[in-house]
Design a binder for this molecule. Structure first.
Ligand SMILES: C[S@@+](CC[C@H](N)C(=O)[O-])C[C@H]1O[C@@H](n2cnc3c(N)ncnc32)[C@H](O)[C@@H]1O
Length: 237
């Protein structure tokens, strides 16, 4: 499934087993069943406070690990040019189709790349952003990835990590934290979809989702922290 480059990041020792390695299982999902991932991402919508926080009227925006575009489609109206970097080709193709269908989608393009090797020049963007993709692990960003995102960001620009998963690690590297309050639910399109997707992605909560009988499922029922927060750094001018 993986190119040599991908394998060096996601299965560096060549002995990965997706039945026990959850991170590897997600990487396979992005390549084998991108539409299934997209159904989940559509349901797990970002807190409106996160979207309101993102600056508008920008010249260039770079998004890394754009996936099927949960955030990318929100960025189109915020910048003159949006470059979405995505390593998993099936997800990138899905995102390209969505952008082609979106109003002003021609402002955005999808390109192949990784956190630690971004195909963009120094100081390229006013905003370099990532959502539910960056982690301190080397294969999913790490120090090399953070340095790359900051290289691509212009002086005075902002690097933002939405739905971050290791706040102490980011704080130690100068990132500030913002979180937005309020109840949040996963917004499945129907009760049937809630049962189906919970069965696949949250098997431990599937019975409770079935019992509740609703399409909206609070994140806490699934045991997941909601996408209500971000870490950011404004680079020195
Ligand atoms: C959970 S998905 C999030 C996708 C999208 N940003 C969203 O919010 O739905 C994680 C994404 O990170 C991408 N990714 C994984 N490793 C990466 C790397 N080393 N560099 C850049 N992106 C990576 C995956 O291909 C996938 O698109």
């Amino acid at each position: 499934m993986f190119t040599r480059e991908e394998a060096s990041r996601f299965v560096p020792h060549g002995d990965g087993d997706p039945r026990t390695d959850v991170v590897l299982a997600w990487e396979l999902l992005y390549r084998l069943e991108p539409e299934l991932y997209d159904r989940l991402a559509r349901a797990e919508r970002l807190h409106p406070g996160v979207l309101d926080w993102l600056p508008r009227g920008l010249d260039r925006i770079a998004e890394v690990g754009a996936g099927s575009g949960r955030l990318t489609l929100e960025l189109i109206e915020r910048g003159r040019v949006v470059v979405a970097v995505e390593p998993a080709r099936p997800l990138g193709q899905l995102l390209s189709r969505k952008l082609a269908a979106a109003e002003h989608g021609d402002r955005a393009r999808v390109t192949h790349g990784f956190f630690d090797q971004l195909p963009l020049g120094d100081d390229f963007a006013d905003l370099v952003v990532t959502c539910s993709a960056f982690t301190p692990a080397a294969g999913h960003g790490g120090d090399a990835g953070l340095i790359e995102m900051e290289r691509v960001c212009r002086p005075g620009g902002c690097v933002a990590i939405i739905w971050p998963n290791n706040l102490d690690w980011l704080a130690a590297r100068g990132y500030r934290y913002v979180s937005f309050a309020g109840p949040m639910s996963v917004e499945f399109s129907s009760y049937e979809e809630a049962v189906e997707l919970a069965g696949i992605f949250y098997p431990g909560a599937a019975e409770e989702v079935r019992r509740r009988g609703r399409r909206l499922v609070p994140f806490e029922v699934l045991g997941v922290n909601p996408p209500r927060d971000l870490a950011f750094k404004v680079l020195a001018s």
